[in-house]
Write a protein that binds this ligand. Structure first.
Ligand code: ADP
Ligand code: MG
Length: 446
């Protein structure tokens, strides 16, 4: 299978060669012809499968072929993404893939000033990448119009559902013309997303590649049984051993992430944290430093777990095991992107054995036990059959969201920040609808 057979123009094929893409990923091979043909698409695919190029390439080709005069505030292709980081990343891909073409694009997300975004919208756009909260804010201020949208893309739809964006998504869909093309991508298909697709997509082509319960084949996984005191020394030893790799460390809480960074820095290991209590600027700086290789260790809560694409990540360390098993799959999916190999090592303290058992059941694999690094004391391999759910669990919160859905009508009111640093909630917002807890886990996470 090669890109030439998918109906893409020479111009786009050239960009692909320059990007070093030799052959399409499975989702690209199936989605590109369907999108070029104008079909609606439902794509079920986990992260790292090349979804962004799958929808961006054919759309860029179409936009470039029939360039129309865009009205002020109008958008031809609207890409909606659950988080700011993902939106920024998609926009970076859009720009890379449309290099040399006269495609005008912009990215609007919360947490930064609106002024520039309003300016960008003024002349009309070919492609807009947006998070739902900021998009609707700008629409409420009459800075953009949905009536010229030709294609609407809902990326990581299940994550948007998880963080309470379903009402916002419905509002956005209803505002777009009925004749639009709709592309919906999701790693899982909870019933709310199925219903959304059934109601709003027109005879979609359904494309499924590797289900989420199957961890990427290329990822080598291991578990280390250690006490909490030994986790930092273990990280330091692992980072030294894998000095050729960029390392991402996942913690369950924001404070935990900051603590890990402080302790690593105390041992002269450059590390940066990204989580919901950091400003947009801080997060971007941390990600940039990490991407540029200036800082070998990124410590993240689960907001970073999905979609963040740093090609060089070679090692994922789970400082704590997630108590929702699917989160494990998303976290370790940060490594072994596209065709690369990757390693994922999880620390498991006696309290977490129950979660390890849950994860192993989900992925249908016994994660091999690794010896602890030299000088770091390990624990005996437990018998997981007897693992009990810990009584006191640090609750895993859903990731910080951009801004939750707003009631459909009424003046926009300033959102109130929750004291615990959790998601902001505008006055009068309905409680978020969440997926039913299928795994009887004590908490939800994204
Ligand atoms: P997803 O949206 O499914 O998480 P991305 O579109 O972010 O995946 O792609 C993941 C990584 O794979 C990116 O680094 C991207 O540049 C790379 N990639 C995408 N398509 C190809 C391809 N056909 N060949 C090689 N690398 C690819
Ligand atoms: Mg993506």
């Amino acid at each position: 299978m090669s890109f030439d057979t998918l109906g893409l123009d020479a111009l786009i094929l050239k960009t692909l060669t320059e990007s070093g893409y030799e052959k399409p990923t499975p989702i690209q091979a199936k989605a590109i012809p369907a999108i070029l043909a104008g079909r609606d698409v439902v794509g079920l695919a986990q992260t790292g499968t090349g979804k962004t190029a799958a929808f961006t390439l054919p759309l860029i080709q179409r936009l470039n072929k029939n360039q129309t005069h865009t009205r002020p505030g109008s958008i031809r292709v609207l890409i909606v993404s659950p988080t700011r980081e993902l939106a920024a990343q998609i926009h970076a891909s859009v720009r890379a893939y449309s290099k040399g073409l006269s495609i005008i694009s912009a990215c609007v997300v919360g947490g930064v000033s609106m002024r520039q975004q309003k300016n960008a919208l003024k002349r009309g756009l070919d492609i807009l990448v947006a998070t739902p909260g900021r998009l609707l804010d700008l629409a409420d201020q009459n800075c953009l119009r949905f009536d010229d949208v030709e294609t609407l893309i809902l990326d990581e739809a299940d994550q948007m559902l998880d963080i309470g964006f379903l009402p916002a998504i419905k509002r956005i869909i209803s505002a777009c013309p009925k004749t639009r093309q709709t592309l919906l991508f999701s790693a899982t298909m909870p019933k709310e997303i199925k219903a959304l697709s059934a109601q709003h997509l027109h005879n979609p082509e359904e494309i499924a590649v590797a289900p989420v319960s199957k961890t990427a084949d290329k990822i080598e996984q291991g578990v280390m049984h250690v006490t909490s005191d030994n986790k930092i020394p273990a990280i330091i030893a692992l980072v030294k051993k894998h000095s050729d790799k960029q390392v991402i460390v996942f913690t369950r809480t924001k404070r935990g992430a900051d603590r890990v960074v402080r302790r690593l820095e105390g041992s002269n290991l450059a590390a940066a944290a990204i989580h919901g209590n950091k400003s947009q600027n801080q997060r971007e700086r941390a990600l940039d430093a990490f991407r540029a290789g200036k800082c070998p260790v990124l410590v993240a809560t689960d907001i970073a777990a999905r979609g963040i694409d740093v090609p060089g990540i070679g090692l994922v360390i789970n400082f704590e095991l997630p108590n929702v098993p699917e989160v494990y799959v998303h976290r370790i999916g940060r490594t072994a992107r596209a065709e690369r190999d990757g390693l994922a090592i999880s620390f498991c303290e006696p309290d977490e054995q129950f979660y390890l058992r849950d994860i192993q059941r989900l992925i249908k694999l016994d994660i091999p036990v690794l010896p602890t690094p030299e000088g770091v004391e390990g624990l005996k391999t437990p018998n997981l059959e007897n693992a009990r759910k810990p009584k006191v669990v640090q609750q895993q919160r859903p990731p910080r969201r951009d801004r939750p859905a707003k009631p459909a009508q009424g003046k926009p009111r300033p959102a109130k920040k929750r004291a615990d640093g959790g998601p902001a909630k505008p006055a009068g917002a309905k409680p978020n609808r969440r997926r039913p807890n299928r795994n009887k886990s004590p908490a939800k996470a994204g």
